[in-house]
Design a protein around this ligand. Sequence first.
Ligand code: ADP
Length: 323
Amino acid sequence: MKRIAVLTSGGDAPGMNAAIRSVVRVAAAHGVETMGVQQGYAGLIAGAFTPMTVRSVGGIIGMGGTVLGSARCPEFRTEQGRRQAIAQMQAHGIEGLVVIGGGGSQTGNLMLHRMGFPVAGVASTIDNDLYGFDQTLGVDTALNTALESLDRIRSTASSHHRAFLVEVMGRDCGYLALMTAIAGGAEQVVVPEVETNPDEVARELRQAYERGKSHAIVVVAEGARYNAERMAAHFREHLDQLGFELRVTVLGHVQRGGTPTAFDRMLGTLSGAMAVELLLSGRYGYIAGWLAGKVQALPLEEVVGHKRELDPKVLQLAEVLAQ
Ligand code: ADP
């Protein structure tokens, strides 16, 4: 291989830039040129390629977001869109592709692989919903950001005897919410994986109030049936029964931004390097990510299309800890 391309797709995640930098520099060390694709699969279809050099990726390792831009591209879900993407790469002499992104992006990547194009992936999403890996790129930073917010909310909550519903991201996966709740010492956690009765949440808030707690924090996953807004709407009819005054904070996109943690810089760097090595050694259709204490490659066929479950023991622990 003499020329490869790299793109970031779907929701952006802190650490993507570390992965891009690593792809470009490891490829260059093997005498391989890297083209950066603008705006994910949309740029692939449009042929929006820019040559990247070891210098052009200087200074980006500590930056959040992605210098290549990211997008959601419905056209790529069609076979015609993917054919055009392959034709664009062939016309530009691109012989392999690294896709940095989450579940949707890696599904698209697997489609390219099945069409015979050499691909590799980097497991990257703050949602941690990719099956097979312990922790995806961006999760550590997002978790730390959510925790920082939770700590701030707790101090104001105690001053005013308030209960807070704090909504965190994660799409259909409760991982980020569960870990934020555990590491942030929240009173309760609501995740999509577990059916939650809002009346039960209200009862537990009331009990916490009666036990003399100065505040109560409920971490709610955005993908839960009762997200923060719906839960609050449910409570509003019997607010007087809660004891606490109620406030809602949706953390939203602050969790995506910010400078990546040491772990995410390291993970992005090692995963990007592995993705290039997979391509150059002819092992196509694999994805690199964090598993059992190191970066490992799994076949995209094994990762895509499966649902990642929450560890029931950790869920149970969250309940035990909130006393
Ligand atoms: P993420 O990669 O963060 O999970 P999305 O689910 O939005 O984000 O997916 C990002 C992009 O990946 C989509 O806009 C689309 O271009 C591509 N994609 C997602 N699912 C598929 C699919 N089933 N087939 C082909 N491409 C897909």
